[in-house]
Design a protein around this ligand. Structure first.
Ligand code: DON
Length: 598
């Protein structure tokens, strides 16, 4: 009894440090055992005694929270937020992009992964972005209509709603329709973002018309912005479901746009788009279960792989963001991204060796190869499995899966259902080309394929045959919607981030901040991050990493990027004390919001 009391005192960071000093066993603690507010933190989450929605755009978060208060579950809230983001956060929220959604179904104690990633059109082919000299034509791959994959977002959101929501679709979509039809006051974040992209976005007449004033001038913060064509498209979806986008007038508008400027997507491609429900990739880390998105995302596989390697060291003893800790992170990231370049692709076309990469024995081999006192060199680190990627290519795509079909948002309801979803057009505002009459932007996700072996894409990511372009295939992604559970399967955390290639390492550090360094989610989302991705062989860092630490890392042989950069923008929910929820939007970007169910 006496010992039990002592252990109960050893909660929170200081209690754990004390317990270590006294030589007591350090108990595994969770936020659920802590007081609501952590007086030792400089960062504080939003508290909710019931449900919560967190997204990059606060109006969209409010929409989701309102849906919760109307009796919707976390899935309804996520779908409502997803459609609202297509209106209020057009640089990443979308109708004609794609994404991934992890859903924890409380009643069944089951996690599912919904893949609504774009698919390459039937007319796509391996060398479609190569010019006459055999080099990648980046304009074609990033800024043309050929850069668009067949959109998955509408099918994905509808799949989630049809199968797991409880409210009517019309009710769930009503707020998005109203926001587009009636308009909303442009935020500082949105006005600034559109201002900074003026040149790129006014190259396309339809985009200019939708995102700037009729006289070509820019909107100022606070001015009302109405999107009538987008409202009409949303109404068609609310009324007709999948047919409201992949059929009828919307499909005709998409196909007409493709035909006008050389896009590949046909009516048949739209008909053939399918959502795939996949099993999440799960791993264990110090008595916690981590579940994240499986291929065609590389996120879950490498998150689990990196945690497996890191589990072999006492990271807490090294200290958060110490040189010794950052060194280990870098070496682990280096190896994971080397593997990513060879072994990751669409699992329907390539037999991704998920079990091998996430095997703890493989992690032990990789860990043993890491020198603790000096930096490794990417040139000496190669993909680590003894497997020829070409031997994993599937002769026939596996098309027989169950099928009814970058920004992150998380939702959690009072029944314990949890959603973690990341969606994107790839670049901010995709390829900048709008569907005339439809009111929405097209994605440029085709650049996530490896257009040519050993030629980096926009995120400097390398790839080979596993991620080569093929008709119907989904480009490899880094999006990493993630759920963390305690050792009895109770969900503790939902998180995810935008940031291209940095997404996986941002999510990794968020999970470590919570599980290893006992941070509450607001602090875990705020503290400085680092990133390494094998190539370029550079350590990227955020301001706030101490210059002394950078000096120590340089002395170990690490090449530090010349300047700090901002890494990621998480939108997370953590289980709090007494069945409460703690929400946190990353402070790195303006305009986001964690909103408690009213
Ligand atoms: O799927 C991917 O990995 C990329 N298309 C994500 C792009 C992204 O995160 C851009 N946002 N910052």
């Amino acid at each position: 009894m006496h010992m039990q009391n002592k252990l109960n005192l050893a909660t929170g960071r200081w209690g754990r440090a004390m317990a270590l000093l006294l030589g007591l066993a350090v108990p595994v603690i969770t936020a659920a055992e802590q007081p609501i507010l952590d007086a030792n933190s400089r960062f504080h989450p939003v508290y909710s005694p019931s449900g919560m929605v967190v997204s990059q755009e606060i109006i969209a978060s409010r929409v989701g929270a309102e849906i919760l208060s109307l009796g919707g579950n976390a899935i309804d809230a996520a779908v409502a937020t997803g459609f609202a983001l297509a209106v209020t956060l057009p640089r990443a929220g979308n109708l004609a992009g794609g994404g991934f959604m992890l859903i924890y179904l409380a009643a069944e104690k089951k996690t599912i992964a919904i893949d609504y990633r774009e698919m390459a059109p039937a007319a796509a082919h391996r060398d479609m972005f190569l010019d006459a000299a055999g080099d990648v034509d980046n304009r074609l791959a990033r800024h043309s209509l050929q850069s668009s994959g067949v959109p998955g977002t509408v099918a994905g959101l509808l799949h989630a709603h049809d199968n797991y929501g409880v409210l009517e679709l019309k009710q769930v979509m009503a707020p998005a329709v109203a926001l587009a039809r009636n308009g909303f006051a442009m935020s500082v974040d949105l006005a600034t973002s559109l201002d900074s992209r003026y040149d790129r976005l006014t190259r396309n007449a339809a985009t200019q018309g939708y995102f700037y004033k009729p006289d070509g001038k820019r909107y100022k913060p606070g001015e009302q912005w109405v999107q009538a064509d987008l409202a009409a498209t949303l109404r068609r979806i609310a009324k007709g479901g999948r047919d409201g986008f992949y059929g009828g007038q919307t499909a005709a508008l998409i196909v007409a746009e493709m035909q006008r400027t050389g896009g590949l997507i046909t009516r048949a491609d739209l008909d053939n788009y399918r959502v795939v429900e996949r099993a999440p990739v799960c791993g264990e880390f110090h008595q916690h279960q981590i579940c994240a998105m499986p291929p065609p995302s590389s996120g879950g596989v490498h998150l689990v792989q990196m945690l497996n390697i890191l589990e072999g060291w006492d990271l807490q003893a090294l200290g958060h963001n110490s040189a010794a800790y950052i060194h280990r992170l870098v070496e682990v990231m280096r190896r994971a991204y080397a593997d990513r370049s060879a072994y990751l692709g669409d699992p329907d076309y390539f037999a991704v060796p998920v079990a091998e990469i996430t095997d703890k024995k493989y992690a032990a081999v990789l860990r043993a190869g890491i020198a603790l006192d000096k930096a490794g060199a990417s040139a000496k680190v190669q993909p680590g499995l003894e497997l020829d990627p070409d031997s994993l290519l599937r002769a026939q795509p596996t098309a027989d899966r169950e099928s009814t079909e970058t920004t992150h948002f998380s939702s959690w309801d009072r029944w314990g259902n949890v959603v973690s979803s990341t969606t994107t057009l790839n670049f901010g505002y995709g390829n900048g080309i709008s569907v005339t009459g439809g009111g929405f932007l097209m994605n440029n996700e085709m650049d996530d394929f490896s257009s040519k072996p050993n030629t980096p894409n926009v995120f400097n990511l390398l790839g080979g045959s596993a991620n080569a372009i093929q008709p119907g295939k989904r480009p490899l992604s880094s999006m990493t919607p993630t759920l963390v559970f305690d050792n009895s399967g109770v969900p503790l955390l939902a998180t995810g981030s935008p940031g291209g290639s940095t997404i996986i390492t941002v999510v990794l550090q968020t999970v470590l901040n919570v599980l290893t360094f006992d941070m509450r989610i607001a602090e875990a989302s705020s503290v400085p991050r680092i990133h390494h991705q094998w190539y370029p062989d550079k350590l990227y860092y955020e301001s706030g990493i101490s210059p002394d630490t950078l000096t120590a890392l340089t002395a170990m042989g690490h090449t530090i990027n010349a300047k700090p950069r901002v890494l990621g923008a998480t939108q997370s929910i953590q289980k709090g004390p007494n069945n409460s929820l703690l929400g946190a939007s990353d402070p790195r970007r303006q305009g986001a919001g964690a909103v408690a169910e009213p």
